[in-house]
Design a binder for this molecule. Structure first.
Ligand SMILES: NC(=O)c1ccc[n+]([C@@H]2O[C@H](COP(=O)([O-])OP(=O)(O)OC[C@H]3O[C@@H](n4cnc5c(N)ncnc54)[C@H](OP(=O)(O)O)[C@@H]3O)[C@@H](O)[C@H]2O)c1
Length: 277
């Protein structure tokens, strides 16, 4: 079965109740397909299913709860017996202040973005493998949402960035281990996208893109051969380029975005004066 052709597919979008996931359901909305949509907010999922053209089935779950995830995959197994495409999009973001690291916030972010995502991947893999034995023209596909923040550490993003970097590493290692089976593994690394998640941010978000544009970029990237689907490229290329600079230069450059920038300037001036003979 192809991600490119018009044949009916069984797709699972996890984290589909708002933002990028909701827009992905709109972008994937193809008459013949069956799209399973999951998240915790059942009422939001019902409204999305109601508005769709494709056959959309609601499977509420919490990705941090193993039992609710395995109940969802068991339901998919009974209904269609396989999955041709799984998009693990669910995630959260909390920023951390250096004056008092909130360990419970770090754990919450890791539990959702890293452990929760792996929980979904683990539960979905048998259904992706089942797709291999169907009369398919194309490989079953697993796409996992990371972030462009993993290219270069950003101020206050320690918990969020670490969770998405850990997830990227896990997905790359998984690709190495399952590619021989014929499973197509991808990672998605957006820059800033306008969603309920970023609406909470109180800082400037360079090159932010609208959510439907992000969904179109993801859907077309998943049809291409690109492993890491990243956008907007004017932002992701800057982050990648900065990450290649010598440490002293990149910390100075990115440090300008820190809330402690003025204190940093004072500290480095004092340091220079102390060293001056
Ligand atoms: N927006 C950006 O700029 C940006 C950039 C890079 C990466 N991302 C990533 O893109 C993904 C989507 O984010 P978004 O910006 O679209 O934010 P969003 O609108 O807040 O969407 C997050 C989705 O994840 C679901 N979710 C969160 N925790 C969950 C849990 N424990 N169990 C099940 N579902 C859960 C939410 O549904 P419920 O609350 O209903 O459970 C919602 O559907 C996230 O992984 C985020 O880290 C976003």
């Amino acid at each position: 079965m192809s991600a490119n052709n018009e044949t009916s597919r069984a797709i699972w979008v996890v984290g589909a109740s708002s933002g990028i996931g909701e827009a992905l359901v709109r972008a994937l909305n193809n008459d013949g397909d069956t799209i399973f949509i999951s998240a915790r907010n059942e009422a939001a999922l019902d409204a999305i299913a109601h508005a769709a053209n494709a056959t959309v089935q609601v499977l509420p779950l919490d990705i941090t709860d193993e039992f609710s995830v395995s109940a969802a995959t068991e339901s998919i197994r009974r209904k269609v017996g396989r999955l041709d495409q799984v998009i693990v999009n669910a995630g959260t973001c909390e920023y951390i202040d250096s004056d008092q690291i909130d360990l419970t916030a770090v754990k919450r972010v890791m539990d959702t973005n890293f452990i929760g995502a792996i929980n979904v991947i683990d539960s979905a893999l048998p259904l992706l493998r089942a797709s291999l034995s169907f009369e398919s023209e194309c490989r079953p596909q697993l796409a996992v949402m990371s972030s462009s923040v993993t290219y270069q550490a950003l101020p206050r993003a320690g918990a969020y960035g670490a969770s998405k970097a850990a997830l990227r590493y896990f997905v790359e290692a998984l690709k190495l281990d399952v590619q021989h089976e014929g499973i197509d593994v991808r990672v998605i690394s957006p820059g800033f996208v306008k969603t309920p998640l970023t609406d909470k941010n109180d800082f400037e978000m360079p090159f932010i893109v609208e959510v439907d544009e992000a969904a179109e970029r993801i859907v077309s990237g998943l049809k291409s051969n690109q492993f890491d689907i990243h956008f907007p490229t004017r932002f992701t290329r800057i982050l990648k380029a900065i990450s290649l600079l010598p440490d002293a230069i990149r910390f100075k450059l990115v440090g300008k975005a820190s809330r402690h920038q003025s204190e940093l300037a004072i500290a480095s001036n004092q340091h220079t004066e102390i060293r001056r003979p």
